[in-house]
Ligand binder design. Sequence first.
Ligand code: 5GP
Ligand code: MG
Length: 205
Amino acid sequence: MSSPIEINSIYPPDRLVIPGLYVKDLKGVLVPEGLIKDRVSKLAEEISSKHYPNDLLAVCVLDGAMRFFVDLLYNEHMLAPVTEVETLKAKSYEGKESTGKISISGFDFSKVKDKRVILVEDILDTGTTLDKVTKEILVHNPKCLEVACLLDKPSRRVTPVNVDYCGFVIPNEFVVGFGLDFNGNYRGLKHICVLKEEVYRTEKK
Ligand code: 5GP
Ligand code: MG
């Protein structure tokens, strides 16, 4: 598998197309839409070359990974047959802070038995969420389990987690856009953007 692309610079928000409503809340753009699109296609190609022509069960970790999940699985470069799609809800964040306590709901884990499973997550931060979800899947005896994650913030890791397909390694910034939210806002931004600190400080959790 290809190594993730390391992102180290932030583009000023006035240099790319961002809805005016959001510009004042953003420190800048970390991963522009075009780069996300190309990298997601590459991950789709890599998953296909590994698994084609075997059937896959793809599991989306809601809510943040929904956009990545759709772009990855319905990508023109995804040739492996994704015959089953499922979702689960994992909640750890309150506002900007990970609570460390993960609640998982909405998924019947017994469905993974003897299946080739791809778990799709938006961002790997402390690692607590993926650690808990992958362990729970493995208890139910899938044929194999792989993890695809769009973003990784390695500097925040508390629990080590193995990721098979990773899009980008990013600095320790709170990001929104491309499906990632802050208290329900900013999901619709096309680029992955960094939220200004004053937004999390002033907004009620
Ligand atoms: P972990 O359990 O690895 O600490 O956190 C994973 C979850 O926290 C992710 O699936 C995501 O929902 C949320 N998260 C972590 N970092 C960020 C971030 O920078 N922005 C947003 N919007 N969510 C984040
Ligand atoms: Mg997530």
